[in-house]
Design a protein. Sequence first.
Length: 677
Amino acid sequence: MSTFDKDLLKELLRLDVPQDDAEETKRILTECTDAADTLSNPLVTQEEKRGIVSRLFPESMQKFILSAVKNRTVGLLPEVIDEYSDAILEKQGSIKAVVRYVTPLTEAQQADLRKYIMDRFVKEDVSIEYRQDPDIIGGFILNAGDAEYDKSYRTALKRMKENLHSKAAEYTELSENAAEKGSVGDIISVLKTEVKDFEVKSGATETGFVTRLGDGIAQVHGMNSVMYGELVEFETGIRGIVQNLEEKTVGVVLLGDDHGLTEGSSVVRTGKRAGIGVSDELLGRVVDALGTPIDGLGAINAEDYFPIEREAPGVIERKPVSVPLQTGIMAIDSMFPIGRGQRELIIGDRQTGKTSIAVDTIINQKDKDVVCVYVAIGQKSSTVAQVVGTLKKYGAMDYSVVICASASDPAPFQYISPYSGTAIAEYFMSKGRDVLIVYDDLSKHAVAYRAMSLLLHRPPGREAYPGDVFYLHSRLLERSSRLDDEHGGGSLTALPVIETLAGDISAYIPTNVISITDGQIFLESELFNAGQRPAVNFGLSVSRVGGAAQTKAMKKAAGNLRIDLAQFKEMEIFTQFSSELDQSTTELLDHGRMLTELLKQPLYNPLPQYEQVILLYAAQHGLFKGIPLKELKEYCSELMNYIRTYGQDIIAELEQNKVLSDDLAERIERIVTAFEE
């Protein structure tokens, strides 16, 4: 710092200007460059400069600015004001101490406390503020600098409660074992021991204080050793997650209402990363992004704590995707199969059936030993309620968990919700179970992260998204995998959803997620409006992994289905203006229309694998030739009822072996022919 800067800073400190006025002055000088240039211009008269200063700047700063104008140091003011703000923060955070008590301290105790603080912080003088606080029950709490010394009865009782809770399970187990041997352990003795050992223990906790607050973001000074992603607790009881680590301050996103918080409110480190309580009791429940139940069915007892941000499994821990995860949707299972451990993107414009595909897939997991996690991000609460109602109607909530961060929730809740859902999914995966997770949708997740990042003053990039928006989704989706037997053998399959605008899959967020996932199911508005449900675009959709997990029966039955449909689409466009067509072209078009009609499927009606195989085999081998398109659906339904009655051996063999042998194919042809007759 130059001599001019030091002199200006000393003058500011002497004047003891309010920090808000200093910040307002800096804002005017940086944003209104014309004003700064005019004040620095020697051709402008002093009278004109006084008029500008009196009109634009706070009264407490006018004398200081006129002095800078006279000394021609106006250009140095923004930098000096920054140093002044730091000096004020240093003064607030290090020299001032606050003591909260129940019983007033004696003069001797106050003198000892002052001496201790002066020795601890190497200060010649310390300003100590005493506040009576009955809530701490007894003892006292000292806040000095960025440390908190808690010697209150409230904290000691809280620790005793936590100790009793942690020992409860252990003593219950000991009591059960003792009961088997004929003697029962006495829990009363444990309680007596805890009460006897009760004492108020003090310990230094690193703290900070709020310097700026608004829009769910708190700027905190202090907590110099805090970690990125750490949970911190404000004096009102709400928590926040550390997101910005700057030189002298920390940016914290609030996980709740900031009611009661003001500038100067204290913040305490918890020492642990943001996480969520998990247990089997989550099944069948609807919770928010913090794992708190919002379905009115009572509390959920957590048996473990999983961090929401977790490193993805390494390459050595994984094994290839080789087990199919059936969606029950013929168009997907036949052409774009999904394997357990895969990440398949569902992408399309709004109102094209993206959520319906995800819900159908969840319903189809009934009796397949797959746990399903549905994460609703930024949706209307009524929409989420409809999804939950559908899952209950079809008995799918018994093995599902719904995490809801609705559109009315703050951006931080929408930001952490997919990570919280993944933590719940990883809990079940750690038990060796197969899990399906749906993120609906990641477009709104990216928008919430953008809003949060801009409020944290991170520099915007393309489309105003921050530079790490790719990492936002890559670190989330990379956690989906299939683990080898040594690491539990569980799997996590992800179905992220992305909403496009006018079918533009080359936009920023869609291209990011496409490059992270193992394929995409592209839903098209034109197909949807034309009555093709699900509205899957067979040309742009792809599965890069699932083919390895597809059953041999389905591979043989589907055959050249995708090629046949592509040829049909091309020929349909080519011949739409032709009046006369040869026989081969007519047959190709008829076959294509029949396949298109066959692949239409109503909502919430997933088909079992054996039914898909039989229908596709019959269609591909000309067994539906001559059936009018309007009657095809009814014909297929009656055919399957007939096979369930007279062809149970065919169904049993397909379900058991998952192979379509020549003998089995011949029997399928025979039973279809018998049905026709």
